[in-house]
Design a protein around this ligand. Structure first.
Ligand code: URP
Ligand code: ZN
Ligand code: ZN
Length: 465
């Protein structure tokens, strides 16, 4: 088995910062060698002098090639996982989607067929349950046996993914029986439908109306409701893509009652804001659900604080990219027809690195926790993923903290024609990325392969009270 020695760097995990060398043999980390330790033989030496050495980052929420209205998200597993690798992400968790009337197991098999042999990095799945009925509840058991231990339900998107409160409770009852975690898209869909109809009826058709019809209060209300259903049923609940301060408060309150409630936010809700939708139809580039919020209302600050103090546990992307030309433009005359979602998978880790290094939002250790360790533990992948330790997969990211980077659609690797972070200057640069002992990004080149990524059978949530 070939041996690689990563020499001279500073290893940063969720709990430690250590000057040590990392010895990789085959796919695994086999030793962490502190100063004065005998130098082992190795086939390859990677010089990490002056560099920070992080565990490969884990993005627990992506949507490669998913249908949304009349459009399909532009990144395939092939393009999206390569873009992720460029930004230091070595594991994604994506979503098979059971649509109304479809077989749940069928959707799992279909997504597995798309991802297998096409992914540059390792991948797991959360299952979307879009049609709660006896048949899908029976099939959930089959998907569970395949290592899918988390299930996403929606209180929004009527007629597509929407579940009633009773349907949510029914799947939560099932999950409570076997320890699965329920992911919730929490917005009050029926009131949003009313506001959307009223907006269109009065001729309010521009992208800004997307945000106006999805107020923060309706996100807070839905989060409150599903957390109570989780408490009643005993299922762990993980609220995805949180944009509103009300939801941070709901999760903090639930956790202080001892409820297994968890929260995820995404870079777009931290770095972007409501006013970006208010630029005529260009605002369509920023349409996602829940929407971007007004910083004057304190949402972004609450999210940053939640990540720093532990009320929120995970930073993911909800990566769901649509071209501006030809896809976002489907909604030129009617904001309800704009496909929802933003391209983020490549920049989550670099943005969080910048937040730690330049903006001092949290320590580098906390940055590793929210972006790698906690998602790995939340979704049953730790310590195989999410840390650098003896026996862990050698998923490693080497960063130059003294170099800078600028985000641009002209240079990014996502298969989409714009960047919602265009022109943003970042402190720190990802230089080398390894996935299971294979160098997949180095010297400004992608060196991996589309057949390298493996399916990850996951265990249960390791962060339960
Ligand atoms: O706008 C979003 N969030 N698009 C992706 C689908 C979802 O709700 O996660
Ligand atoms: Zn969602
Ligand atoms: Zn999503």
């Amino acid at each position: 088995m070939s041996r690689i020695l990563i020499k001279g760097g500073t290893v940063v995990t969720a709990t430690e910062t250590m000057r040590c060398d990392v010895l990789v043999e085959g796919e695994k980390v086999v030793a962490l060698l502190g100063e004065g330790a005998p130098v082992p033989t190795a086939d390859t030496i990677v010089d990490a002098t002056g560099r920070l050495v992080f565990p490969g980052s884990v993005d627990a929420h992506t949507h490669m090639e998913i249908p949304f209205g009349a459009a399909t998200s532009k990144d395939t597993f092939e393009t999206g996982t390569q873009a992720a690798a460029w930004g230091g992400t070595t594991t994604i968790i994506d979503f098979p989607i059971q649509m109304k009337g479809d077989s749940l197991m069928g959707s799992f098999e279909e997504t597995m067929a798309k991802a297998s042999g096409s992914s540059a990095i390792d991948f797991g799945f959360h299952q979307i349950v879009g049609d709660v009925n006896e048949q899908s509840l029976a099939e959930i058991d089959l998907v569970f046996k395949e290592g899918v231990t988390s299930y996403k339900l929606f209180t929004a998107y009527s007629g597509v993914y929407y579940s009633t409160d009773a349907e949510v409770a029914k799947v939560m009852q099932w999950a409570a029986g076997n320890g699965s975690t329920i992911l919730m898209h929490a917005e009050n869909g029926s009131v949003i439908d009313l506001l959307r109809e009223q907006a269109i009826a009065r001729g309010d058709t521009a992208p800004l109306a997307h945000a106006a019809t999805r107020p923060a209060a309706l996100e807070g209300e839905a989060a409150h409701r599903v957390i109570l259903l989780a408490e009643m049923t005993g299922a762990p609940v993980y609220i995805v893509h949180i944009s509103a301060k009300q939801v941070v408060a709901e999760i903090a309150a639930a956790r202080s009652r001892g409820t297994n409630a968890f929260g995820e936010t995404c870079p777009q809700y931290l770095f972007l804001e409501l006013s970006m939708l208010d630029q005529g139809f260009e605002g369509a580039k920023f349409v996602c659900s829940p929407p971007l919020r007004d910083p004057a209302e304190g949402h972004q600050e609450a999210l940053w604080q939640g990540l720093a103090n532990g009320d929120l546990q995970v930073i993911a992307t909800d990566h769901c990219p649509f071209d501006f030309e030809g896809q976002k433009t489907l909604g030129r005359d009617d904001f309800t027809q704009i496909p929802n979602g933003l391209p983020v998978v490549e920049h989550r880790f670099p943005l969080m690195l910048h937040a730690a290094l330049a903006d001092k939002r949290f320590s580098l250790n906390r940055m590793v926790d929210i972006s790698a360790t906690a998602p790995a533990k939340m979704f049953g992948l730790y310590p195989q993923k999410g840390t650098i330790a003896v026996g862990s997969d050698a998923d490693i990211v080497i960063v130059n903290p003294d170099a800078n980077d600028v985000i641009s659609a002209a240079t990014h690797h996502m298969n989409v024609d714009y960047s919602c972070f265009e022109g943003m200057e970042l402190t720190g640069k990802v230089e080398t990325v390894m996935s299971r002992g294979n160098v997949i990004v180095a010297d400004g080149e992608f060196k991996g392969s589309k057949s390298h990524g493996r399916y990850l059978r996951r265990g249960l949530n390791q962060l339960l009270f």
